[in-house]
Design a protein around this ligand. Sequence first.
Ligand SMILES: Cc1ncc(COP(=O)(O)O)c(C=O)c1O
Length: 368
Amino acid sequence: MPGAAIAQIRADRATIDGADLIAFAGCNYLGLAHDARVLEAVRDASHRFGLSSSASRETSGNTPAHEELERGLVDFIAGHEVRTRGEIAGVLVPDGYTANLAAAQGLSDRHPLALVDRRAHASLADAARCAGMRVRFFEHREADDLRRALLGEASRAVVMTDGVFTADGAIAPIADMLAVLRDGDTLLIDDCHGFAVLGGGRGTCAHAGVNAVSERSRIVLTTTLAKGLGGGGGIVIGDSDWIRGVRTGSHAYVCTTPVSPIVAAGTVAALGILRDEPERLERLAANARRLRCAMGRADSPVPICAHAVADRPAGEALAARLHAAGLFVPAMAYPGGPTPWYLRASVTSEHDPAEIDRLAPIFGELHD
Ligand SMILES: Cc1ncc(COP(=O)(O)O)c(C=O)c1O
């Protein structure tokens, strides 16, 4: 069953069944999906490109908007313009799910094994299986368990993890995981919730003090562009020679129609705002800390918080109670949660701090 149909939404508000609610839902962390400059770029591009490029980028579906987005993302994540130096490169794909598949297809010839964090996003294990890798799991965020698993294997492995975990915002111990890789292993980080959130927007590696450019022989990054950037598409970023192989060999890239060119153009505008307005990230981190405090959780700059419930009726009852107080916090059974059913609350840079505090009395009572 899909969630409630939302008649109208912006970063901090949703209209559901005729009620206007303060929204603590979704992943539009910087409010860019509704930014007037982004929407203006979408309108402009619609006159040039129409709704769809209607073919693979490798045939007749490539546009300047796709190329600008691809280059801009690589430069932003690297922290400098890289195209002339060829250190890392990126390949733009239709979405984040496909990014993991394209990355796995590019890695599978040299890595027969995938070792996946037990609570990583489902798309990672799906991608590994689809690319023909053998899949094993290691304990959630446990670098010691990962080390044991790697030592027990003869095959080269791709270690797969979320940078920031979707359901509860936990951060992967990237530096510890890199430390236990063997020669020839690769760390694939799905940074859908770390990109445009942590590390000055550059993501979980930057937050952990890990340089994705100098570690390019061991790290591959993927992310959606539909969350923190509020746009659309996905990207795989890694060593430029390896990316060249993904571009020629990955069916997930070669045989798909890219994200709509008008969405690509809007996403280019969103990336420009992320680059030029770092104060948004500061507001986001402050609101994240406020959210976690209101829900009785440990301090963190990640704008996601999960509240575990016993079962579906308990989740729906709590969501209904919040709804009656004018607050939208969805109950869900999305894979990777702390329990099969849970409430996932999120905030954006655009929330009024005083509105976040309205969660405190309800969640405070639940912890008593
Ligand atoms: C961690 C993670 N990876 C991958 C995806 C898939 O991204 P997309 O929705 O762009 O396909 C999502 C969410 O949708 C996600 O949360």
